[in-house]
Design a protein around this ligand. Structure first.
Ligand code: AMP
Length: 331
């Protein structure tokens, strides 16, 4: 019998999940969870790279598990766990930091981008070293496939480099993972500023961000007032029409239509009609997720899922960590 590949992904519980999280990472995971040996985790250690109020963090963890389930993650097929419940993440993260050059971490575009906004308080070390924790998250499970959005692709490439470095320096302990970045909607953009990624932590009135739990009327309004251009043709052109291209990507990812099919269908029709259809499709998707969310929003049930997922994850993670410590000479 063919052995299944290991697939793993995770989301930071640092606020409500967005349409970007769903289309860029979770949907790609859900669509492949049955054909693979699948792990999905709540990246709570990553959530503390910058200060987050403790009670908010706890709530966000539950919210994140309930969201995974509502988005179609099946606990009977996928191991769902909280990162901090598997202590091996921290230990391997520490070890992998020591395999990494300062230059490698300084070159990470996420670090360069996020550190710009730190202001007078200075840049948190967490922001600098969190990619090496991500390296550990992936390597602990002998992961083959990592579905992530485009913003995280560089971190998975770093994981491959560090796995290779470790294997060459010590002995062949790690599997080198492949990134899975979907060709469509791998970077969902802010609807009000289509030059920026749609983020959980967008400041301001959040008009440009669609949260999966947003009121559906609000979602419609956000899409209908999305920034576009004056060219008035529904055409995928990321340079000259970033706003329209973003909406085409969203629609294509939800309905499965190609860009060309969408362009042909809306040829000669106005942006109003196009946005209306995008809004209808997004609302249909979110209505479904929100309906399911109500049934999963039960902490006792969610705790059981996390307990069972962490128990299974620990078995694999502790075996990998033992191989690592033996290879290094720490055993
Ligand atoms: P984060 O919200 O940073 O914890 O990201 C969790 C996952 O969602 C990662 O795989 C990201 O690459 C993905 N993701 C986050 N925001 C977006 C976005 N706007 N478009 C596509 N993927 C995204």
């Amino acid at each position: 019998m063919k052995t299944k590949k290991v697939m793993l992904t995770g989301v930071r519980p640092s606020g409500n999940l967005t349409l970007g999280n769903y289309l860029g990472a979770i949907k790609n995971f859900v669509d492949r969870q049955e054909e693979n040996n699948s792990y999905i985790f709540i990246a709570d250690l990553h959530a503390i790279t910058s200060y987050i109020e403790p009670s908010k963090l706890k709530e966000s963890v539950y919210n994140c598990v309930a969201m995974y389930l509502s988005c179609g993650v099946k606990p009977e097929k996928t191991k769902i766990f909280k990162q901090s419940d598997v202590l091996q993440h921290g230990t391997l993260g520490f070890i992998m930091t020591f395999q990494t050059k300062m230059g490698e971490l300084s070159r990470m575009t996420q670090f360069k981008y996020k550190s710009q906004n730190c202001g007078k308080s200075g840049v948190d070390t967490g922001l600098f070293v969190y990619p090496t924790l991500m390296v550990a998250d992936i390597l602990l499970y002998n992961t083959n496939i990592v579905p992530v959005g485009k913003d995280q692709q560089q971190h998975v490439e770093l994981t491959r480099d560090l796995a290779q470095r470790f294997n060459n320096r010590y002995s062949k302990v790690f599997v080198e993972p492949q990134t899975y970045v979907s060709p469509v909607a791998n970077k969902v953009l802010n609807l009000q500023n289509p030059l920026e990624k749609m983020n959980k932590s967008d400041s301001g009135d959040n008009k440009g961000t669609i949260f999966l739990l947003d009121d559906l009327e609000v979602v419609k309004k956000k899409i209908m007032s999305a920034k576009t251009d004056s060219l008035n043709k529904v055409c995928f052109d990321e340079i000259n029409q970033p706003g329209i291209s973003n909406l085409i990507g969203i629609l294509s990812k939800i309905t499965g239509e190609t860009y060309k099919e969408i362009e042909n269908r809306f040829s000669g029709r106005g942006y109003g009609e196009f946005k209306k259809e995008v809004a209808e499709e997004v609302v249909k998707l979110l209505a479904n997720i929100q309906q399911r969310y109500k049934t999963f929003n039960n902490k006792e049930y969610l705790d059981k899922i996390l307990f069972s997922g962490a128990k299974k994850a620990r078995v694999v993670a502790s075996k990998t960590l033992k191989r690592v410590t033996k290879a290094i000479g720490l055993n």
